[in-house]
Design a protein around this ligand. Structure first.
Ligand code: PLP
Length: 376
């Protein structure tokens, strides 16, 4: 059996080793330290926000972001149905109820038209969403030009966990709305093995997030507590890893973009297949490349391609299963028109990682070409 090819494996090497070892030898092992401060400033500078708070995960950043925007038990928080479960889980951690909105057909991101309709529905009931959480799906920023005017005073927390390094209309993902979230989980565009960041221009929101993330300790030697806190801060060692990754971010994005270009070439003449997410690869970070397959035109399905690749030790995966179809959210409110469900049933994500070597890329392309040849 050949070596397994993964969709998006961590891409680390000598630079990461050097940064991590330096941090270890500096003695800053205890959670916080100078690499955390430096990592926060570097990320804030890159995205262009005033503040960045390094946390233990993107999910923790979502949770504290929602609390910071004032989301309380019983509130309604609007988000995209087509997302990773962490977005919806964080809403539930805050005690609020998610309201899932269907996708724009081309990008899979939250549909501005359906969002507008949802806000009207709520207004008719005399209710108002406590927050809006758009998601930048697979490294493509949501359409903030359309979304932000619709929010009309509803605080916006942008889930840019998948989109670090991407742009919308020339503005960096992670800089939209009142606050945003990045993830540095192992499979993301860059990693701290596990970690996340809360970004905002709001000094009070950042201060409050830092406080809640360190067990809500009041400044007294005996640790006075007037709030329930969390242990959500990023460790200094992991921040050092992140600083090395940040130096390589543009190179890693370029590699993923080049891989996307190869897939475009491969599928250009294949009827019924589209590269998912539209054609704006220069603005996207190209975190994951997915295709959608119209079986009635192609004569084969995304699932059949996935099965073929699995047999050759090449990982692939359907798009995110929409949250309104997940058993755990069966009772949640949603406004859907079938788009996300259709994308889930016809989409497949292909190996997209920046750590893939030339030989692994060729093996993947050959495997797909072989499948297409047999089906033609
Ligand atoms: C990965 C991801 C998260 C969660 O980030 P973690 O760092 O894994 O907690 C949240 N939202 C989306 C859309 C993600 O893809």
């Amino acid at each position: 059996m050949p070596d397994q090819i993964y969709m998006s494996a961590p891409d680390v090497g000598e630079l990461e080793e050097a940064f991590l070892l330096d941090a270890l030898r500096s003695g800053w092992i205890a959670p916080l330290g100078p690499d955390v401060d430096a990592f926060e400033s570097e990320i804030a500078a890159r995205v262009g926000t005033e503040h960045a708070v390094a946390l233990s995960s993107g999910t923790a950043a979502l949770h504290l972001g929602l609390l910071g925007l004032g989301v309380k038990p019983g509130d309604i928080v609007i988000t995209a149905s087509m997302t990773f479960a962490a977005t919806a889980n964080a809403i539930v951690y805050a005690g609020a109820e998610p309201f899932f909105i269907d996708s724009d057909a081309e990008t899979g991101n939250i549909s501005p038209a359906l969002l507008a309709e949802a806000l009207v529905q709520l207004a008719r009931e005399g209710r108002r969403a406590a927050a809006l959480v758009p998601v930048d799906l697979l490294g493509k920023a949501a359409d903030y030009t359309a979304l932000l005017p619709l929010a009309d005073g509803v605080p916006v927390l942008s889930d840019a966990a998948e989109a670090f390094g991407a742009y919308h209309q020339g503005q960096p993902a992670g800089s939209f709305g009142d606050a945003s979230v990045l993830s540095f989980n192992g499979n993301k565009i860059m990693t701290t093995s596990g970690g996340g960041m809360l970004l905002t221009d709001d000094a009070e929101l950042a201060r409050r997030a830092r406080y809640l993330a360190t067990q809500a300790r009041q400044p007294a030697v005996h640790y006075e507590h007037v709030d329930i806190g969390y242990n959500y801060r990023m460790s200094n060692l992991l921040a050092a890893l992140g600083r090395a990754q940040l130096r390589r971010l543009d190179d890693m994005i370029a590699r993923r973009r080049a891989l996307r270009a190869r897939y475009r070439e491969l599928f250009a003449t294949v009827p019924g297949v589209e590269i998912f997410g539209g054609r704006n690869d220069e603005a996207d970070n190209c975190w994951l490349t997915s295709i959608t397959v119209d079986e009635s035109v192609a004569g084969w399905s995304a699932a059949e391609l996935g099965e073929h690749l699995r047999g050759l030790a090449i990982e692939s995966r359907p798009l995110w299963k929409p949250m309104h179809l997940q058993p755990v959210f069966a009772e949640a409110r949603s406004l859907v028109d079938g788009t996300a469900e259709h994308l889930f049933r016809t989409g497949i994500t292909l190996p997209s990682g920046s750590a893939l070597g030339l030989e692994q890329i060729d093996r993947t392309i050959d495997a797909i070409s072989g499948f297409l040849g047999a089906r033609a």
